[in-house]
Ligand binder design. Structure first.
Ligand code: NAD
Length: 291
């Protein structure tokens, strides 16, 4: 793609996700041709959160398209912690299932930590079990959280050299900001993680050659936050209403930032499509490990 001073390189998660899925499908086709057991993913949804229902449907669809065996468990909102744990224990020993994903958020009476720690770490395709997070911290091979893994995949696909790159992440969640910081460190980037209590945040972000935002605040990040020529990754997915229409936008004000950065992910079509692609990749990885 040609880049001019006012047109940044668009880092397309749609293209990268398609490439990831294509490679996984090739491997799954080969497994099928050898008449071996196919990789299997179980997705567990508690309650009827409308966004979660869509995410679960999309995960099921992705499995079907690739040829991964898929099981979806939809439980009522009033499911107790112990009932959910019992299901996880059954899935832990189910030989058709290589990956278990608990769709978040859970209803407020269920403590996420109590649930995640019950998943067999070898089947933890969301990479959120303390064993996997600990391995990530110590640089060992493990199942890694899908969204940050997707960010790294985009950067690698576009041959962005992370070695020693000055990187700033905005947001410190266990789902995105913190594991992404570890992954970038493991790629030899120099990493700063900022958050809602960071003072003078603009001064910090505007020094970054790689700026990544995962905060969930629509269009908060303007050009004054961004270094000229920076690579900008927007993990945020926010719903806003404009002229009576609901649309998606990121944390980065794309229109404002696009003329000064070198490259940027759009929303939609940036990091979003990568999460499910990396879930498929983690399921295949878990399958290979278990075989
Ligand atoms: P979260 O609410 O758990 O964490 C948000 C983080 O942002 C916190 O660490 C908080 O300190 C920080 N923050 C909030 N306001 C801030 C501000 N004004 N300045 C600096 N830091 C601030 O959220 P999350 O689960 O990490 O998700 C973040 C965003 O990423 C959301 O928009 C979410 O929808 C999106 N997301 C997208 C995907 C995907 O598939 N692309 C996956 C997960 C999350």
């Amino acid at each position: 793609m040609t880049k001019t001073s006012t047109t940044p390189l668009i880092l397309s998660g749609i293209t990268v996700a398609e490439n990831v899925r294509k490679n996984i499908k090739l491997e799954v086709d080969e497994i099928r041709s050898k008449e071996q057991r196919l990789p299997g993913l179980a997705v567990v949804l508690v309650g009827e959160n409308p966004a979660s229902l869509i995410y679960v449907k999309n995960k099921e669809k992705a499995c079907i398209n690739i040829g991964i065996h898929s099981e979806v468990y939809q439980l009522p909102t009033n499911t107790s912690e112990s009932e959910l744990i019992k299901l996880i224990q059954t899935l832990n020993i189910n030989e058709k299932i290589d990956g278990i994903l608990i769709q978040l958020p859970l209803p407020i009476h269920i403590k996420v930590e109590n649930i995640i720690k019950e998943i067999d770490p070898n089947k933890d395709v969301d990479g959120l079990h303390p064993t996997n997070l600990g391995k990530l911290l110590s640089g060992q091979d493990c199942l890694k959280p899908c969204t940050p893994l997707g960010v790294i995949e985009i950067l690698k696909y576009y041959s962005i050299n992370l070695n020693s790159m000055s990187s700033v992440i905005v947001g410190r969640s266990t789902l995105v900001g913190k594991p992404l910081g570890m992954m970038l460190l493991n790629e030899n980037a120099t990493v700063t993680i900022t958050h809602s209590k960071t003072e003078n945040i603009e001064e910090i972000t505007s020094c970054a050659d790689l700026l990544i935002s995962a905060i969930g605040k629509p269009n908060l990040i303007k050009r004054t936050w961004v270094k000229k020529g920076a690579i900008v990754i927007d993990v945020g997915i926010n719903r806003i209403t404009e002229n009576d229409k609901t649309k998606l936008c990121g944390d980065i004000d794309f229109e404002d930032v696009k003329s000064i950065c070198h490259a940027i992910t759009p929303v939609p079509g940036g990091v979003g499509p990568m999460t499910i692609a990396m879930l498929m990749s983690n399921t295949l990885k878990a399958y290979k490990k278990q075989r």
